[in-house]
Design a protein around this ligand. Structure first.
Ligand code: ADP
Ligand code: MG
Length: 454
C-alpha cells in the first residue's frame, strides 16, 4: 500500500504531462492527499479558488490517475486547509516551491511564441532504433533540404511513440540552420479551431495569407481533420499554395492516410503524395537506451535491473516510460536516495501491465511455414515462386500486427526487401481479411499456433 505522500507524488508525476506547466504550477502547488479511506481520497488545497478550479477542471483527470495507482479509489473531495486546521503533526509539505520547481525543470518549456516550437525536442535527444529509423532519416533529410526532398513528409504511428518529438526536432533544426526561415508548428486541432474562428470573424483570408507565406508548415495529428469538411477545404487551399511554391509541409497522424476516415479524396491523395514513414514500437534494448538517455537528462540514477524491469514491463509507449521515470525520480527526491528494485516494483505496480501473450519473429515464421507446409528458408530467402508469395505476405502481416515491427525492419528480415514491400503486404492481407473468410480463418489458425506453442 502506498502512503498518501507516495500516492500524491505519483499523481503529480503523471498529471504534469497532461496539463500545461503554468496550470500545473498554479493549481497543484501546495496540494496534498490528507486521507485515503474506503475509496475516498481527501485532497487538501491552499484556498477556495484552487478548490473550485481543481474540482471543476481537473476532477476527472485526478480521479483517473488516482485510480491508476489504486483502483479501490472511487471518490475524491477537496478541502481548504487553513493554517488553523493544519494538524501540528502533519508532515512537512513535500512539494515546497523548491522541489516543485526542480521537478519541473526538465519540462521548462520555453515554447517560441512565433513558431510554436519547443526547444526541448531535438534530434540530439531523440533515440533512433529500427522502429523509427525511417521516420528519423526522412525528417533529418527534410531538415537539411526543406521543400526539396520529401514533400509532404507524412509521419504516422501510435500515441506516445515520438511523432511530435520528431516534428518539433525537425522544426528546431531548421530554425537553427536558417534563423530567418518562416516556420510554424501547430497541432491540427488548434489549426482547425483557428480556421473556424476566423471564418466566423471574417478573418479567414488574413489567416490564409499568413499561413501561405510560411517556408515550413508543420501540422501535428492531422487525423483530427476527419469529418471537418469546411476546414479541409481551407486547409487544402493553404496546402496547395505552399506546395506549389516548394514550401515544406510536414504532417503527422496516428494512422496512415488511407485509414483516416472522412477526409476528402483530394486531400488524402495530397497526404500520400510525398514520403510516408511509420513509427513502430521500440524493442526492449531500444527502450533501455531511451530510458538511459532520459535518466541522464533528468539526472536520475537508476540501476540497470530497474531500467530493464521498466523496459520489459511497460509496453505501451515511450510516454509511459517517462511516466515511470517520473515516479522514481519523485521518490528519489523525497527520500534523498535511489530506489532499489523492490521499491521500484512497488512504485510502478499500477502502471506495469499484466504480462501479455507474447511472441517472437522466430515463432511467427515457424507457424507460417508449418501452416503452409513450406520451409522457413522459402519464406525468408528471395524467391519469386508463386506459391511463396502469399505465405511471405502473411508472415509480414503478422510481424506487423503481432509484434508492431516497423516496415523497414520487417523488410530487412526478408533479405533486403524494402519497407514498401512490407507495407504493401500488410495492407493487402488486412484487406483480404475483411473480404475473404478463408484468409480470415487461415490467419486466425496461424495466430492460435503462434500463441499455443508457448
Ligand atoms: P506522439 O506525438 O507520437 O504521441 P511524443 O512525440 O509526444 O509522441 O512522444 C512522447 C514522449 O516520448 C515525449 O516526451 C518524447 O520526447 C519521448 N520520445 C518519443 N520518442 C523518443 C525517442 N525516440 N527518443 C527519446 N524520447 C522519445
Ligand atoms: Mg503528438
Amino acid at each position: 500500500m502506498m502512503t498518501n505522500e507516495e500516492l500524491w507524488q505519483s499523481v503529480l508525476a503523471q498529471v504534469q504531462f497532461d496539463v500545461s506547466r503554468a496550470n500545473f504550477a498554479t493549481w497543484f502547488k501546495n496540494t496534498k492527499v490528507v486521507s485515503n479511506k474506503e475509496g475516498e481520497v481527501l485532497i487538501s488545497v491552499p484556498n477556495t479558488f484552487s478548490k473550485e478550479w481543481l474540482s471543476s477542471k481537473y476532477q476527472s483527470l485526478i480521479l483517473k490517475v488516482l485510480r491508476s495507482c489504486d483502483n479501490n479509489i472511487r471518490l475524491i473531495s477537496f478541502s481548504v486547509e487553513s493554517s488553523s486546521t493544519c494538524s501540528p503533526k502533519a508532515r512537512p509539505q513535500i512539494q515546497s516551491d523548491d522541489s516543485m520547481d526542480s521537478q519541473l525543470q526538465f519540462l521548462e518549456l520555453k515554447v517560441n511564441p512565433i513558431t510554436n516550437l519547443n526547444p526541448h525536442y531535438t534530434f540530439d535527444n531523440f533515440v533512433v532504433g529500427s522502429f523509427n529509423e525511417l521516420a528519423h532519416a526522412a525528417s533529418w533529410a527534410v531538415s537539411e533540404k526543406p521543400g526539396h526532398v520529401y514533400n509532404p513528409l507524412f509521419i504516422y504511428g501510435g500515441v506516445g511513440l515520438g511523432k511530435t518529438h520528431l516534428l518539433q526536432a525537425t522544426g528546431n533544426k531548421l530554425s537553427k540552420l536558417s534563423p530567418n526561415i518562416k516556420i510554424a508548428y501547430t497541432p491540427a486541432e488548434r489549426l482547425i479551431s483557428k480556421i473556424i474562428e476566423s471564418i466566423r470573424n471574417g478573418e479567414i483570408e488574413n489567416l490564409k495569407k499568413k499561413l501561405c507565406c510560411l517556408d515550413v508548415l508543420i501540422v501535428d495529428d492531422v487525423q483530427f481533420f476527419a469529418g471537418k469538411e469546411k476546414t479541409q477545404e481551407e486547409f487544402f487551399y493553404i496546402y496547395n499554395t505552399l506546395y506549389q511554391n516548394q514550401k515544406q509541409i510536414i504532417l503527422s497522424s496516428d494512422r496512415q492516410p488511407s485509414a483516416i476516415p472522412a477526409i476528402t479524396e483530394r486531400l488524402r491523395s495530397r497526404f500520400e503524395g510525398g514520403m510516408i514513414a511509420d513509427i513502430g514500437c521500440p524493442d526492449v534494448e531500444t527502450k533501455i537506451a531511451i530510458l538511459k538517455n532520459k535518466c541522464d537528462e533528468r539526472q536520475i540514477n537508476l540501476t540497470d535491473d530497474i531500467l530493464e524491469f521498466i523496459a520489459i514491463n511497460i509496453q505501451k509507449n515511450i510516454r509511459e516510460l517517462e511516466g515511470a521515470l517520473s515516479r522514481l525520480a519523485m521518490y528519489q527526491r523525497i527520500n534523498q536516495k535511489v530506489p532499489d528494485i523492490l521499491i521500484a516494483k512497488k512504485l510502478l505496480k499500477n502502471i506495469v501491465v499484466a504480462p501479455q501473450k507474447s511472441t517472437t519473429f522466430k515463432r511467427i515464421v515457424q507457424a507460417v511455414s508449418s501452416f503452409y507446409e513450406i520451409s522457413q528458408d522459402d519464406i525468408l530467402l528471395p524467391t519469386r515462386r508463386k506459391e511463396i508469395v502469399k505465405p511471405r505476405q502473411v508472415a509480414m502481416f503478422l510481424l506487423r500486427s503481432e509484434l508492431k515491427e516497423s516496415y523497414p525492419s520487417i523488410g530487412r528480415r526478408f533479405q533486403g526487401k524494402d519497407h514498401t514491400t512490407a507495407m504493401y503486404a500488410f495492407e493487402k492481407i488486412s484487406q483480404k481479411m475483411e473480404e475473404d473468410q478463408v484468409i480470415f480463418n487461415e490467419i486466425n489458425t496461424i495466430k492460435q499456433k503462434i500463441y499455443s506453442e508457448l
